[in-house]
Design a protein around this ligand. Structure first.
Ligand SMILES: *Cc1c(COP(=O)(O)O)cnc(C)c1O
Length: 350
């Protein structure tokens, strides 16, 4: 596939901004090139626009090369930049598979890029045939979220590979929840499929939603395009510093293991309530739960200081709430309030 042919013409022809830190890359004694305040230290300097130290560490952890990595202000920034690289406003389209993460459609709409929707099947798997039959015209990108938010399931590996191999455009696999899944990351396919972009994030398993740091993995060709159009200092100095300090694999693994154990416990406990109709299988750190009287339960929990996500208005998620897996104490509190809900509603029924 010729990636350059998919790129918007103005982006192909763009002369990118060249910052002071782009033009001088070595180490010097005196920096008088960027109009910074010389009387302060550390944070007075512009950060590394290409986050080289951080990428080196991430490359080791992910078993990739630095040239295959883009870092952004959350993976939401990568979603926005990708749409702006490949989709001509008012002309091109993206394909999404609802119910799914809301930012693909929002980012596309902000760019005046049309959204084509092929809903997931009732088992929450993509409908391969419908997707591959909906690619005529100006469809440039396909967004696959796996494990999917809000349904929690992983797409089958053979489905992912078939879509990546046969979709005639850019395929973005959003792996925000891959850390909680048994499946291998699609990054192992990057060499084979130059149209593949894999998104991951520090916001979920790594526990760093507050620093806003997302990752995109792709061929060097696509990474170069992302670097070409990104704001020069999109990942700030504090974020780079804290990420470098926080990349502790042992702690991360411990916490993921604990969250997975809590997910199992929470699921088993939820299934004991008779107003819980279904707890969907999860490959993520949340559970999609179908309940009776969903709005009433949602407000009951909120009135008691417990905020969950109401997905009951989302197609295929009718009657569903989404519970993030919390600490053992938080999950106990949730269950205690579900018990109170059960008691209070059986009283009102009598
Ligand atoms: C939470 C989430 C993200 C993370 O976005 P960030 O901008 O990195 O915080 C991305 N995709 C999905 C599906 C998510 O649920």
């Amino acid at each position: 596939m010729d990636i350059q042919k998919l790129v918007r013409e103005n982006i192909r022809n763009l002369q990118p901004y060249s910052s002071a830190r782009d033009e001088f890359k070595g180490v010097a004694d005196i920096y008088l090139d960027a109009n910074e305040n010389p009387f302060e230290s550390d944070l007075n300097r512009y950060p590394d626009p290409l986050q080289k130290e951080l990428k080196k560490k991430i490359a080791e952890i992910k078993n990739l090369s630095k040239e295959q990595i883009f870092l952004g202000n959350g993976s939401d920034e990568a979603i926005d930049l990708l749409i702006r690289i490949f989709c001509e406003p008012g002309q091109d389209e993206i394909l999404i598979l609802p119910p799914t993460y809301g930012m693909y459609a929002v980012s596309a709409s902000i760019s005046n890029v049309n959204i084509r929707s092929i809903p997931l099947q009732s088992n929450f798997q993509p409908d391969i045939e419908k997707i591959l039959n909906a690619t005529e015209g100006n469809v440039k990108m396909l967004f696959l979220c796996s494990p999917n938010n809000p349904t929690g399931n992983d797409f089958e590996v053979r489905v992912l590979e078939k879509l990546i191999a046969e979709f005639p455009g850019i395929v973005v696999v959003d792996e925000a929840y891959i850390d909680f899944s048994k499946r291998q990351s699609c990054t192992t396919w990057l060499k084979k499929y130059p149209n593949l972009v894999v998104l991951q994030t520090f916001s979920k398993a790594w526990g760093l939603a507050g620093i806003r740091l997302g990752m995109a993995f792709a061929s060097k060709e696509i990474i170069d395009l992302l670097n070409k159009i990104k704001p020069p200092y999109n990942v700030n100095g504090l974020t780079q510093k804290i990420a470098l300090q926080s990349l502790q694999i042992e702690k991360y693994k411990r916490e993921v293991t604990e969250i997975l154990a809590q997910r199992t416990t929470l699921k088993n406990e939820l299934l004991k309530f008779d107003f819980v109709q279904k707890v969907y299988p999860s490959a993520a750190n949340f559970l999609l739960v179908k309940v009776e009287r969903v709005d009433e339960l949602f407000h009951f929990l909120m009135d008691n200081g417990i905020i969950v996500r109401n997905r009951s208005k989302v197609p295929l998620c009718e009657g569903c709430l989404r519970f993030s897996v919390g600490t053992p104490a938080e999950n106990q509190q949730l269950l205690r309030h579900l018990n109170l809900f059960k008691t209070s509603s059986s009283k009102t029924q009598n």
